[in-house]
Structure formats: C-alpha cells, structure tokens
Design a binder for this molecule. Structure first.
Ligand code: HEC
Ligand code: HEC
Ligand code: HEC
Ligand code: HEC
Ligand code: HEC
Ligand code: HEC
Ligand code: HEC
Length: 386
C-alpha cells in the first residue's frame, strides 16, 4: 500500500515513517513554527500534528486533515485528555495507519472519575447507545453505516463558544483562595459549560435528526429490510421528519420559538435527559416515552392538563391515506366541496354576466359600480345614480 503525504512523497511503509519522523524531529528541534500549547503535550504528538497543512489525500481524492492546532485543542472539553487515552491504538512511534479509530468507550489511563475513583470512561453512555435504535459498531457496514455514531453528533466542542475568556470577576474570586489562576480557570470552564446549559437549540436538534430522517431513499431501504426481517419499523418511520414540520410544534420551532416539543422532548426519556438522548427506543418498546401507554406523560411535561383525549392530536400528522384514512377521506371530501363551491361561484357570475350582456348592460367603472347603463330592453337592472 502506498499513501501520498501532502508533499506527494510515495514510499514503502516503514522507510516512509522513519523519514517523516526524522523530518518532523528536525523541524521540531530547530524550532521552526512552534506554538505554545496551553496544555501538556506529554506524548509529544503535537511535535508533528501541530502543523496546519498536515494530512493526506485519500484514495477518493479527498484531503483529510491530520492537523491539531494547539491553540484550538487547548480550548476544547478534552484538552486535559492525553492524545493516546483516546487514540489508544497508537502503540509506537512512528505509528501505523489506523484501522478502527476512536471508539469513545475506552478507559482513560490518566483521568479518574472523582466520584467513583475509577478510571474515567464514556462506557456507560456507549452501553446505553448500544441498546438504542441506533446501535452500531464504530466500523459499520451495510445498512448499519447509515446510523449515527458518537462523532456523527459530537465534535470536540469548545467550552463556552460565546465566551472567549471566563469572566474576570468570577475567576478573581476563585483565585483569592485557590491561588492558582489556571486551576480555577479550568474548573470554571468545566462547570460553567453545564451550568450555563450550553447545548443544542430546538432548531439544531430538529436539523440533527432530520439530516437522516428526511432522507427518503435511505429510510425506504431500512423499512424494506426491517419488513423482510419480520420486524417492521414504526408506522411513522418514513415520514417522521416531514410530518413533524407540518405539526404545530414543528412550525413554531421553525420560527425560532424555544419550548415547543422537539424530537428529543418526546423521544428521549426525561428521567435524565442527557442519558435519554443516547437511549432512544422504538415506540413499540414499552420502555419508550413514545409507547402508547407513556404518551400522556410525555405531553404532560409541558401540557399540564393533557389526558388520553389530548393524544388525538398526532405529533406526526399526515393526510396520506396510508397513515390516516379518516383525515385523508375528510380532506378528500373537503377538496370536492371546496372545488364545487368555487366552480359554482364562477358559474353563477358567468351566468349573471351573460344575462347582463344580453340585456345590453355595459362594462364601465363609474361611481363605485362596474355594471351600469340603462338596459336596451329598459329592464332597469342597474339603476344609475343621478
Ligand atoms: C513524528 C511525527 C509524528 C508524531 C510524533 C505523531 N504523529 Fe501521528 N501522524 C504522523 C503522520 C506522518 C501521519 C500520517 C500517517 C498516514 O497518513 O498514514 C499521522 C497520522 C496520525 C493519525 C491518523 C492516522 C490515520 O491513518 O488516519 C492519528 C490519529 C495520529 N497520527 C495520532 C497521533 C498521536 C495520538 C500521537 C502521539 C502519541 C502522534 N500521532 C504522534 C506523524 C506523527
Ligand atoms: C477525547 C478523545 C480524543 C483526544 C483527547 C484526541 N483525539 Fe484525535 N480524534 C478523536 C476522534 C474521535 C477522531 C475522529 C476519528 C475517529 O473517529 O477515529 C480524532 C481524529 C484525529 C486525527 C485525524 C485522524 C483521521 O483518521 O482522520 C488526528 C491526526 C488526531 N485525532 C490527532 C490527535 C492528537 C495529536 C491529539 C492530542 C493533542 C488528539 N488527537 C486528541 C478523539 C480524540
Ligand atoms: C443522535 C445523536 C447523538 C449520538 C449518536 C450521541 N450523542 Fe451524545 N449527546 C447528544 C445530545 C443531543 C446531547 C445533549 C447535549 C446537547 O444538546 O448538545 C448529548 C450529550 C452528550 C454528553 C454530555 C455532554 C455535556 O457537555 O454535558 C456526552 C458525554 C455524550 N453526549 C457522549 C456521547 C457518546 C460517548 C456517544 C457515543 C456512544 C454519543 N454521545 C452519541 C446526541 C448524541
Ligand atoms: C473561600 C475560598 C474559596 C473560594 C472563593 C473558592 N474555593 Fe474552591 N475550594 C476551596 C476549598 C477550601 C476547597 C476544598 C474543599 C473541600 O475539600 O471540602 C475547594 C475545592 C475546590 C475544588 C475541588 C478540588 C478537588 O480536587 O477536590 C474545585 C474544582 C474548586 N474548589 C474550584 C473553585 C472555583 C472554580 C471557584 C470559583 C468559582 C472556587 N473554587 C472558589 C476554597 C475556595
Ligand atoms: C446518521 C443518521 C441518523 C441520525 C442523525 C438520527 N437517526 Fe434515527 N435512525 C436512523 C436509521 C438509519 C434508523 C433505522 C434503524 C433500523 O433500521 O433499525 C433510525 C431509527 C430511529 C428510530 C426508530 C425507528 C423504529 O421504528 O424503530 C427513532 C425513534 C429514531 N431513529 C429517532 C431519531 C432521533 C430523535 C434523532 C435525533 C436525535 C435521530 N433519530 C437521529 C438514522 C439516524
Ligand atoms: C410531541 C412529541 C413528538 C415529537 C416532537 C416528535 N415525535 Fe416522533 N414520534 C412520537 C410518537 C408518539 C410516535 C409514535 C407515533 C405512532 O406510531 O403513531 C413517534 C414516531 C416516530 C418515529 C417512528 C418510529 C417509532 O418509534 O414509532 C420516528 C422515526 C420519529 N418519531 C422521529 C422523530 C423525529 C426525527 C422528530 C423531530 C424531527 C420527532 N420524531 C418529533 C412523538 C414525537
Ligand atoms: C417540551 C414541551 C412540549 C411537549 C413535551 C409537548 N408539547 Fe405540545 N406544545 C408545546 C408548546 C410550547 C406549544 C405552543 C403553545 C402555544 O403557544 O399555545 C405546544 C402546542 C401544542 C398544540 C397546539 C396548541 C394547543 O395548545 O393546543 C398541540 C395540539 C400540542 N402541543 C400537542 C401535544 C401533544 C399531543 C404532545 C405529546 C405527544 C405534546 N404536545 C408535547 C410544548 C410541548
């Protein structure tokens, strides 16, 4: 296998790595472009990875960046996690090409969970996710590859995107006792992100889910495969995103109102919202908040007086015969009635026009009326004002 580095160098694997290692090392030692990292780069990964244009062109001709700008990384929520706690497949330098990638369920070697004393890990989130409707492995093939993985929904986020610096007054106060500014700044960012509820807006959640749930071709493939396997997907599976847009909640959310139900308000268990978003279940699952027995509870979060009758309002409304035969027929009947009324009205005015023309009543605009002038047959259909 040969891989093109940015410079277009093509070599056999091992030699290539060593040569690159040497080049990078020289660059690092001669102190060419260096940036002061605000975190500890114990493993010296940034010696190579700090370079902005580092990357390679894939076999499909796409440039894939391998650059990790230290100034940026040091403002992200993972800045204190050493590179190899996540990239744990890198066992030697120079390293071999990646097969699996970061699975997000590894144990941190360096960070302990202060509450449990155990090595920190996102494994509880991962385990929950693997029981959800979106369960899949990091490397997924076939239909599974259409489902989201952690990095489909998460980047490595900046702490408080709207706040470049922690408020001076707050950290000054912390510093008074803790004596070290970087300690308190770091803890301020860590907690304030959650206290300030830095999270997706309603519109962003709808966009996140709709990215896949409005992709008709992809959804049809899943529906067909599930049908074949004898475990059909939910009734509203094919129209979920489109029909939500038609609903009252969808319309007001689109106009920027926060507080109307978004996908996750109904589909995520609200016992702990942040856990719930990772454990979405099908509406056929009795544990799901969208299961018919649990729906009243889901609506009651916001509509205090909701009862069984309230459920008649479909959160995924559709006029399609397949989903809602009654509404479909009602709409068809309204259609016929509506059209007949329009046709009848036009017909009546044509009759009237024809009759007036025959009477010789002329078309002219005067004194607020269009039809006027004495009729030839003197029928005085319209009496002109004098
Ligand atoms: C000597 C320079 C150098 C150092 C030090 C270095 N890397 Fe790399 N890294 C590279 C090069 C060159 C590539 C591109 C390899 C390729 O295209 O196959 C790369 C690629 C990668 C990739 C992507 C690989 C792929 O195939 O997608 C990851 C992830 C990575 N490095 C992580 C790290 C981590 C973590 C460390 C620290 C433990 C580290 N690197 C240290 C030079 C370095
Ligand atoms: C919190 C975990 C985490 C930490 C810490 C982390 N990374 Fe990554 N990194 C990822 C994930 C996730 C990806 C996306 C690729 C994947 O899913 O495997 C990635 C991608 C990369 C890539 C591109 C690889 C590719 O295949 O496209 C490079 C290079 C890289 N990281 C280097 C680093 C370096 C250097 C550090 C330390 C300064 C670091 N990473 C710290 C999780 C992490
Ligand atoms: C379908 C999208 C989706 C997938 C897939 C997903 N998440 Fe999430 N995650 C969310 C949403 C939505 C939130 C709530 C915060 C927000 O709105 O940004 C969240 C929150 C989190 C949080 C809390 C972050 C904080 O700042 O408090 C963690 C940690 C997390 N996710 C980890 C993971 C891990 C690990 C995986 C993979 C096993 C994963 N997520 C997969 C959508 C997703
Ligand atoms: C009046 C003095 C005082 C102020 C002001 C103060 N702290 Fe503390 N902080 C302490 C003491 C004392 C402890 C140890 C408390 C204990 O163990 O019960 C502590 C503990 C902590 C810890 C836990 C550290 C650990 O490893 O267990 C963090 C984090 C922390 N403070 C952050 C902050 C931040 C951020 C601020 C500003 C918003 C702040 N503190 C303001 C006195 C203060
Ligand atoms: C990356 C694409 C993708 C994203 C993003 C995504 N989904 Fe899905 N979702 C799928 C696929 C594909 C399936 C079908 C799984 C199958 O075939 O079993 C699915 C299945 C579902 C199901 C179960 C369908 C059934 O009948 O069992 C629900 C409910 C669901 N998703 C809700 C959501 C919500 C809510 C969000 C937003 C937080 C979301 N999805 C984000 C791709 C996605
Ligand atoms: C007000 C609550 C509510 C909102 C908001 C909502 N849903 Fe649903 N959703 C439901 C209920 C209840 C069902 C089951 C309906 C049925 O089968 O008639 C359902 C069914 C579905 C299904 C079919 C799979 C299943 O579990 O039956 C998918 C997929 C889905 N919703 C995705 C979404 C997406 C994506 C959004 C946001 C764009 C969204 N929903 C917004 C309540 C809601
Ligand atoms: C996260 C909060 C939330 C949830 C959960 C929720 N709604 Fe709503 N809903 C709203 C808001 C906000 C409005 C707009 C209220 C207004 O301005 O009148 C609304 C409006 C409505 C309306 C139209 C106006 C009205 O007040 O009659 C209906 C019908 C409705 N929701 C039905 C439902 C049903 C059925 C469920 C459960 C499946 C549900 N909602 C769950 C927040 C929510």
């Amino acid at each position: 296998m040969t891989i093109d580095f940015v410079g277009g160098v093509k070599m056999q694997n091992r030699l290539k790595y060593w040569l690159l290692f040497a080049v990078m090392l020289t660059l690092a030692l001669t102190g060419l472009p260096t940036a002061q990292a605000a975190f500890e780069d114990d493993e010296a990964c940034l010696m190579c990875h700090k370079y902005p244009r580092m990357g390679r062109v894939t076999q499909d001709g796409v440039f894939r960046s391998y650059s990790v700008p230290p100034e940026m990384f040091s403002n992200t929520v993972h800045r204190n996690v050493p590179c190899r706690d996540c990239h744990n497949y890198i066992k030697e330098l120079p390293h071999r090409p990646v097969k699996t990638g970061v699975t997000c369920d590894q144990e941190c070697h360096t960070k302990k969970n202060p509450a449990t004393g155990k090595p920190f890990s996102h494994k509880p989130v991962y385990d929950l996710f693997q029981k959800s409707v979106h369960a899949r492995g990091k490397i997924a093939e076939g239909l599974d590859a259409n489902k989201p993985y952690c990095i489909s929904c998460h980047t490595n986020p900046l702490y408080n995107p709207n706040q470049t610096e922690p408020p001076k007054k707050v950290v000054d106060r912390c510093e008074l006792c803790h004596e070290k500014l970087d300690f308190v700044t770091q803890w301020y960012s860590h907690t304030s992100r959650r206290v300030l509820e830095v999270k997706r807006s309603g519109e962003e959640i709808v966009a996140l889910c709709s990215r896949c749930h409005s992709n008709e071709k992809m959804l049809e493939r899943h529906a067909a495969a599930a049908e074949e396997a004898g475990e059909p997907l939910g009734e509203k599976f094919l129209i979920a995103a489109k029909s939500y847009e038609e609903s009252f909640h969808g319309k007001v959310t689109k106009y920027g109102l926060e507080g109307a139900a978004t996908c996750l308000d109904c589909h995520a268990d609200q016992e702990n919202y942040y856990r719930g978003v990772h454990g979405i279940l099908s509406s056929r699952d009795p544990e799901s908040p969208t299961h018919k027995n649990n729906r009243v509870k889901a609506c009651r979060q916001c509509h205090e007086n909701a009862d069984e009758k309230f459920l008649a309002v479909d959160p995924h409304p559709s006029f399609d015969a397949k989903y809602n035969p009654v509404l479909h027929k009602a709409e068809a009947i309204y259609g016929v009635v509506g059209n007949s009324v329009v046709v009848a009205l036009i017909g009546l005015s044509l009759f009237e026009t024809f009759g007036r023309r025959r009477d010789g009543v002329g078309w002219r605009i005067r004194w607020g009326s269009t039809w006027w002038r004495r009729s030839k047959r003197n029928r005085k259909r319209i009496i002109p004002r004098r």
